[in-house]
Ligand binder design. Structure first.
Ligand code: PHE
Length: 344
């Protein structure tokens, strides 16, 4: 046994292996359950009592030497790896992570929110799954009114007097603001809206809006016109002109659609403005007294204006995107175009 111990000790001292796999194999061969040193410990139990002291000491020395050797080899292997690996110089800068870019709709949303914040508007948000009351009824769309067909609706529950549906515009948030906020009210409501439309280059069943509402005493159409003009100049440049065309919405009277002068051809006529020199950007009007009264606001004392615009449309005009579907396909070649377009 003594000889065996000595032989093993010199083998342990001469042990040479470099890879982690070889070191582990050597460890198992010596110290594993069926390893040689483990076997010697088993044999040690049966040896004569007068030999136990000497053999015990030698065996323990062998075991410690084997453990120390394996540790030493492991450290050698890992410090070799460090030298070859990417951590060689810990002061080197890390590998850069590729940065994403903001979605064009988010960029436009932020610009609009920033402009109206400067004018003193707060941002209000509301649920995307709404009830009929907040999307239609409180906005002067009586049941079965043909104006409901202007916004083809996805219903979540039917057969109920106040069914749940996906909001078709964020005017529902304006209703909620009128119900809950103290007067005067100045809010903009950005958010996602849904309409049951066939998907094409010019229409999508999901899109984004920012709608705005201002209610106070003595608010007039002149205030509306001024707010829209200031907004258009901030958004499209200081030389931008606006024109208003009469229109119809159940919740505003009078109602208007607003065009801005084409910022590509500066009014001369090009294929973006289809030769007219004007681009349509939003709908607006004076809040119908019925709408104020439905939310408990005295329409004799207060008046207000509202407006609403589609973000995809504004982004299309800003960057001459010719197909709405690009906004929803998450094609990185499209999305990365807007990296350099961030101007704020
Ligand atoms: N809610 C209208 C729409 O989605 C836009 C609008 C808002 C028009 C406020 C007038 C006033 O089409």
């Amino acid at each position: 046994m003594k000889e065996e111990i000595e032989q093993l000790l010199s083998r342990v001292n001469d042990l040479k292996c470099s890879s982690a796999k070889e070191i582990e194999e050597a460890r198992v061969a010596l110290l594993g359950k069926k390893g040689e040193i483990t076997r010697l410990f088993d044999e040690f139990r049966t040896c004569a009592p007068e030999m136990k002291r000497e053999f015990g000491r030698k065996l323990n020395e062998l075991k410690q030497a084997a453990i120390a050797k394996i540790d030493e080899l492991r450290q050698g292997a890992s410090s070799e790896n460090v030298q070859e690996g990417p951590l060689e110089d810990l002061s080197m800068p890390g590998n850069p992570l590729p940065l994403g870019s903001r979605h064009p709709v988010s960029i436009v949303r932020q610009q609009i929110v920033d402009i109206f914040r400067k004018f003193g508007y707060d941002v209000a948000e509301g649920p995307e799954i709404e009830d009929d009351y907040h999307v239609f009824e409180a906005l002067n769309f009586p049941p079965n009114h043909p104006a409901r067909d202007m916004q083809d609706t996805f219903f979540v529950s039917v057969g109920h007097p106040n069914p749940l549906l996906l909001r078709t515009h964020t005017s529902s948030v304006q209703v909620r603001s009128m119900e809950s906020m103290k007067l005067p009210i100045r809010v903009i409501c950005p958010g996602r809206v849904f309409r049951n439309e066939a998907i094409s280059a010019r229409a999508h069943c999901i899109f984004h809006q920012v709608e705005g509402l201002y209610i106070d005493e003595d608010v007039t159409f002149a205030d509306l016109k001024q707010a829209i003009l200031l907004f258009a100049r901030e958004m499209f440049g200081p030389d931008t002109a606006i024109r208003m065309r009469p229109s119809y919405f159940p919740f505003t009277e009078p109602s208007s659609e607003v065009d801005v002068s084409c910022n590509i051809c500066h009014g001369k006529g090009c294929n973006i403005c289809k030769g007219t020199g004007w681009l349509e950007i939003l709908g607006c009007g004076m809040v119908d007294p019925n709408v104020l009264e439905a939310s408990g606001i005295d329409s004799k004392k207060y008046s207000g204006f509202a407006f609403g615009m589609g973000l995809e449309r504004i982004a299309m005009l800003k960057w001459q995107v010719n197909d709405l579907r690009h906004y929803f396909e998450n094609d990185l070649r499209f999305l990365s175009e807007f990296d350099t377009a961030v101007e704020v």
